[in-house]
Design a protein around this ligand. Structure first.
Ligand SMILES: Cc1cc2nc3c(=O)[nH]c(=O)nc-3n(C[C@H](O)[C@H](O)[C@H](O)COP(=O)(O)OP(=O)(O)OC[C@H]3O[C@@H](n4cnc5c(N)ncnc54)[C@H](O)[C@@H]3O)c2cc1C
Length: 365
């Protein structure tokens, strides 16, 4: 049987960030990824936004890791020369009720240590003349970045620290034995790996994978719900210079505008509960995109929008907003087995602080 020190399952932004942090601790890191490249899952199907930490309830893991992670990730961009733009963002209220919601958001953000500036309708017109609103909040800390270069930089650090990333390698499950945790790639004896530490960072597959490990505390594994987020591209030059967000919903931030680094604009993601992983965007969703966008951008025309791409959020709850879940041996019931669940937005922003957290927990275990 093969031997390994620390195995991370899944080379998305979370697995790579944790692998990198542990490789700097001197651990021998092996990242196993089922796809042929890193970051082909949710980590490449998102808005590539660095979030400030405005929305998440005070003391939630999302609030804590987003605010810490945002600072770490901007430092990382400087140090590793990753392309980013701190464009800033405005959150828009279009009526009295939404202005009240903005007040609550501002209060929540302040509790999380995030400063926002209130702008009235005239202030907004000066900054973003095409926007129609009654008032808005301005966040100067929000930005966009090149998530692919970021992930490649994480991968390079792992490899520089003598770690390895093995692609096209799907982990089926595993079991505990007296010498450690045995990982099964397939049923052949020669493709089993015995490891000291295992961290399940397999995103949409995390619950299924934990269920396939014999000896893990199954009753602690949370539920999983898929919340697909569709995007529509804007087929003309973007009329906004900042990120533009409506008032958020319970499970999503509302159909917002973000440009990519080349300046191409897109709207989304919306929310579509689904049981399957299917990334096609149904063009019939155009009507609801158009009516949502028109509320804050009256000049939008439906022919300016075309189906783009989609990502799938992993949610642990369908009835209320869900938080990140990080299971340590206390919850998994298995010494040295860690598992992350429900890492949806702001997972990109938070990845470096989640990694720092796990580094501390694992090094003191
Ligand atoms: C529509 C959308 C928009 C978002 N926008 C933002 C944003 O703007 N800003 C932000 O901060 N966050 C955003 N997020 C959240 C962010 O994208 C995720 O939190 C983050 O990408 C999760 O990374 P991950 O590594 O956990 O998952 P993934 O990137 O999915 O990585 C998991 C990896 O595990 C691999 N894997 C799965 N099962 C196995 C197995 N059995 N064996 C081996 N490998 C396996 C998969 O192939 C995959 O590569 C968004 C998410 C969505 C869906």
């Amino acid at each position: 049987m093969n031997k390994a020190d620390c195995v991370i399952i899944g080379a998305g932004v979370i697995g790579l960030a944790i692998g990198r942090a542990l490789s700097f601790l001197g651990r021998d890191v092996l990242v196993l990824e089922e796809n042929e490249h890193v970051g082909m899952g949710t980590s490449s199907r998102n808005s590539e936004v660095v979030h400030a930490g405005i929305y998440y309830p005070e003391n939630s893991l999302k609030a804590k890791f987003c605010v810490q992670g945002r600072k770490l990730i901007y430092d990382f961009f400087h140090k590793y020369n990753i392309n980013y733009k701190k464009l800033g963002k405005i959150i828009i209220g279009t009526n009295e009720e939404e202005l009240k919601a903005l007040e609550l958001l501002e209060h929540n953000a302040r509790n999380n240590g995030v400063e926002l500036t209130y702008l009235n309708r005239i202030d907004v017109k000066k900054l973003e003349p095409e926007i129609n609103c009654s008032g808005s909040l301005l966040s100067n800390e929000s930005g966009i970045f090149d998530s692919h270069s970021f992930m490649l930089a994480l991968q390079s650090d792992i490899e520089r620290n003598n770690g390895a990333i093995v692609k096209k390698c799907r982990v089926k499950g595993g079991e505990l034995n007296k010498n450690g945790i045995v990982i099964k790639i397939d049923d052949k004896e020669e493709s089993k790996v015995i490891c000291k530490t295992v961290i399940n960072c397999s995103g949409l597959g995390a619950q299924e994978l934990s269920n396939n490990f014999i000896g893990i505390n199954k009753n602690k594994i949370p539920n999983i719900f898929y919340a697909k987020g569709n995007y529509f591209y804007l087929n003309k030059k973007a009329p906004f210079s900042r990120l533009v967000y409506p008032i958020p919903g319970k499970h999503s931030l509302g159909i917002h505008f973000t440009p990519d680094l080349s300046g191409r604009g897109r709207f989304g993601p919306d929310i579509e509960w689904t049981d399957i992983i299917n990334y096609e965007v149904d063009s019939k969703r155009l009507a609801s995109f158009y009516s949502d966008i028109k509320k804050y951008w009256p000049n939008v025309k439906s022919e300016m929008l075309s189906p783009g791409y989609a990502g799938i959020r992993t949610k642990v709850n369908k009835t209320k907003a869900s938080d990140f879940i990080i299971h340590t041996p206390k919850e998994t019931g298995c010494e040295n087995f860690y598992s992350l669940y429900g890492i949806d937005s702001p997972g990109l922003t938070s990845c470096l602080s989640i990694a720092e957290h796990l580094k501390k927990v694992i090094s003191s275990a």
